[in-house]
Design a protein around this ligand. Structure first.
Ligand SMILES: C[S@@+](CC[C@H](N)C(=O)[O-])C[C@H]1O[C@@H](n2cnc3c(N)ncnc32)[C@H](O)[C@@H]1O
Length: 228
């Protein structure tokens, strides 16, 4: 049996910020159900969200601004966020409670492990990877999340027609991922006919990380592809 939410850590984080209100307590319980899975168990999204709406996965949601925005503007979509950074998880929980959102679930864990072990095939309508750590130094490039092994992992999880959306303000990473996607046209199609990068779609708000890049005069690059 494996518990993947780390709910007790979240509770202690929120408590450190002051007394936990009953609303926050309910948010923790509701948004982070203690998924107890057998070793070969898979997440049952219909059970976890209590409906059969499409699921959008946000990998490394940071402070959760994009999750909150997407959840508010798409009430008929379920948002699953996976993040390792505890303060970000706490912030998203508190914001979701403030907005009384019911269509968000959070897992605090390494996203690759969760995708590999617990996400069922053919279950995701969208995968969002916004401003992942760019690992600027050449000797660290191998740590970048979006590389061929990641695409091989995510491919069966996406539904046909499902969206793979990558955004970064680090141009060399954008170029590397553009080339990678272009090498995977046996199963991926660019939603942009003529150009490599897409205009910012309305489901992706500007986040703290993007604002920081803008202060450094970094442009942002969106790659939006779909599974054939
Ligand atoms: C630069 S931040 C971007 C946050 C957010 N997506 C945004 O656009 O504002 C990258 C985030 O990815 C998270 N992260 C990195 N590797 C991860 C992994 N393997 N699993 C889950 N989260 C991860 C980090 O903790 C960090 O919060």
């Amino acid at each position: 049996m494996k518990f993947i939410s780390n709910r007790e850590h979240i509770r202690s984080f929120v408590l450190r910020k002051g007394k936990m209100t009953s609303g926050q307590q309910q948010a923790v319980n509701k948004l982070m159900p203690d998924y107890a899975l057998e070793p070969d168990g898979l997440l049952d999204f219909a059970e976890i969200f209590d409906n059969k709406n499409p699921v959008w996965l946000d990998i490394g949601f940071g402070n959760g601004e994009s999750m909150i925005h997407a959840a508010l503007h798409n009430p008929d979509v379920n948002l699953l966020g996976i993040e390792v950074h505890l303060p970000g998880v706490g912030r998203l929980l508190m914001a979701a409670d403030e907005h009384d959102l019911d269509n968000i679930r959070i897992i605090r864990n390494d996203a690759v492990d969760i995708i590999r072990e617990f996400i069922p095939d053919d279950s995701l309508q969208a995968v969002h990877i916004y401003f992942p750590d760019p690992w600027h130094k050449k000797r660290h490039h191998k740590r970048r999340l979006v590389q061929q092994p990641f695409l091989d992992l995510i491919r069966p999880k996406l539904k046909t027609g499902g969206r793979l959306h990558f955004a970064t303000d680090w141009q060399p990473y954008a170029e590397e991922v553009a080339l990678l996607f272009e090498h995977n046209t046996d199963w991926l199609s660019n939603t942009q006919d003529q150009s490599r990068y897409a205009p910012r779609p309305d489901w992706r708000p500007i986040t703290k990380f993007e604002r920081r890049g803008q202060r450094l005069n970094h442009a942002s690059f969106d790659l939006i592809w779909t599974k054939n």
